[in-house]
Design a protein around this ligand. Structure first.
Ligand SMILES: NC(=O)c1ccc[n+]([C@@H]2O[C@H](COP(=O)([O-])OP(=O)(O)OC[C@H]3O[C@@H](n4cnc5c(N)ncnc54)[C@H](O)[C@@H]3O)[C@@H](O)[C@H]2O)c1
Length: 473
């Protein structure tokens, strides 16, 4: 038995019974094992009260999360995994430097890390196209999981993670850390306490550009220009052109590219499509829309009390580059959604009338929140970290630190501030909007059964083909 005993009566377990995800997904009651077995369930016998943590995916967000865990006394990072040897080396060094020892072990294969019985929990920050495989494997090994947003690359993969997490009694914290920030908490409480009246509409403003991380886009275009090929944007470069041929190179020696592309379609290596920038290729990511949906739509749902609700309709469009372009995700997009209780929502990127962040509009006022600010129809609400006590009839879950909340919940076996079902429902609208954009039509959604209504073609986009030998659970 684990030292963190798994109570069977947590809110999360009850959620499984209510939602009945197996039925919704139409799948067999017993999950097939899709990866080689790694032996018996973890006994988690570390002597002290410390949570042993493994970290998987140490590119950009992984080290940020790990740094936060390193600062917390009740956990010990004991293992790191990455398939880029440079990233792995610096991850192991970061951990060992922080503790002043050599105890953190590096792994190339996440399955070896997950097979370690002394590891209680894992932080997963691999690119989106890998979430389902790593998370379900971790759940089968009974590791509690801090997993990055969006929950997964498709709705079917999300459902698979939810099943694995619930069936194995795993504590899950979604990396939607805005729930642990006071301004977002206060804004959501204002809405939940009815201070803006009945909510009629919500605006969710996301970035409206394929962000050029580390200037890889700029450098790629400069490389082309130096060879006499002038193209203004990566969104215009397609296979069969000189520009494309010049951008295709051998993968760098430090990167196991075959594994990196993993379950996605094999494509030639292009630097501007790998680390960090995989987001701008629908083969591996979901553009700004899916990159941000797990942040701002998550907060929008929190305020609405729609953590376990979903839209009934999603319709909209975007400026889609050619499907095979180097960066093929829409930098500009806009969608209208219908929710229960007559609430409507606009999700947009690149439209100046929809300000970045979340704005709830009600019959008696409004409130807007973003990482950079907080505004409200009643200026008194902008004062103070929390609402005055007398206004807080409904008190939302309070977490002062997303990582500490995860560790606390591992010990208590209570739900985190952002459990897996919340992460699942927060990302679903983004997936539906993407499907609407790709098919060019309105998507009607049965939020209870989690199916698209009357559109077999669009329904195919709820899932994707996996490249062997990888398989979805
Ligand atoms: N919560 C947030 O605020 C936030 C911010 C940024 C990124 N993210 C999320 O974190 C995840 C990672 O994003 P990123 O920007 O750090 O990407 P990244 O490309 O910078 O890093 C990903 C790392 O994972 C490694 N990797 C890929 N496949 C692997 C595998 N099978 N096994 C082990 N390692 C593997 C890569 O080599 C790379 O080092 C994404 O899901 C992203 O959406 C969340």
């Amino acid at each position: 038995m684990s030292k963190w005993s798994r109570k069977q009566d947590t809110p999360r377990i009850r959620l499984l019974n209510r939602r009945n995800f197996l039925k919704a997904a139409g799948s067999a009651a017993i999950l097939p094992a899709v990866l080689p077995a790694f032996g018996a369930q973890s006994s988690k016998t570390s002597a002290n009260n410390t949570i042993n943590l493994g970290v998987i995916g140490m590119g950009w967000q992984g080290p940020g999360n790990t740094e936060a865990f390193l600062a917390l006394p009740d956990c010990q990072v004991v293992a790191a995994c990455d398939i880029d040897t440079n990233h792995l080396k610096s991850a192991v060094k970061m951990v060992n430097d922080a503790y002043g020892n050599e105890d953190c072990k590096g792994y190339h294969d996440f399955r070896e890390l997950l097979a370690r019985e002394d590891i209680d929990a894992v932080m997963i920050a691999v690119p989106d196209h890998w979430h389902e495989i790593v998370a379900t494997e971790a759940a089968r090994h009974k590791k509690d999981i801090y997993g990055e947003k969006p929950l997964a690359k498709t709705i079917a993969e999300q459902q698979s993670i939810v099943r694995a997490v619930e069936q194995n009694g795993i504590i899950w914290q979604m990396g939607s850390w805005q729930r642990s920030v006071p301004t977002f908490h206060k804004a959501a409480e204002i809405v939940r306490n009815g201070l803006i009246g009945t909510v009629t509409h919500v605006e969710v403003g996301l970035p409206g550009t394929n962000s050029d991380f580390d200037d890889v886009g700029k450098q790629s275009l400069a490389k082309l220009a130096a060879q006499g090929v002038n193209v203004p944007r990566l969104e215009e470069i397609v296979p069969g052109t000189k520009a494309w041929d010049l951008l295709v190179t051998e993968p760098p020696a430090e990167l196991d590219y075959e594994t990196w592309i993993g379950p996605s379609k094999m494509e030639p290596y292009i630097r501007a499509r790998s680390h960090k920038s995989w987001r701008w290729n629908y083969n591996t990511g979901g553009g700004e829309l899916l990159d941000w949906i797990g942040h701002h739509c998550d907060i929008a749902h929190w305020g609405l009390g729609f953590d376990l609700e979903g839209p009934s309709e999603a319709e909209g469009s975007g400026e889609l580059p050619p499907a095979k372009a180097v960066w093929n995700t829409a930098p500009k997009y806009r969608f209208e959604l219908k929710y229960p209780r007559g609430v409507t929502m606009t999700i947009a990127g690149g439209h100046p009338d929809i300000k970045a962040g979340v704005k709830w509009i009600g019959t008696e006022g409004w409130v807007w929140v973003d990482r950079e600010g907080f505004e409200a129809s009643n200026p008194a609400w902008t004062q103070g970290k929390h609402l005055p006590r007398e206004l807080r009839k409904v008190k939302l879950y309070t977490s002062a630190s997303h990582q500490q909340n995860f560790l606390d919940c591992i010990k208590t076996r209570q739900a985190t501030v952002t459990p897996v079902q919340v992460g699942h429902h927060s990302a679903i609208p983004g997936h539906l909007c993407l499907i609407s954009m790709l098919t060019g039509r309105k998507i009607r959604w049965d939020a209870k059964e989690e199916t698209i209504l009357g559109d077999p073609e669009a329904s195919k986009l709820l899932t994707r083909e996996y490249r062997g030998p990888w398989k979805m659970s």
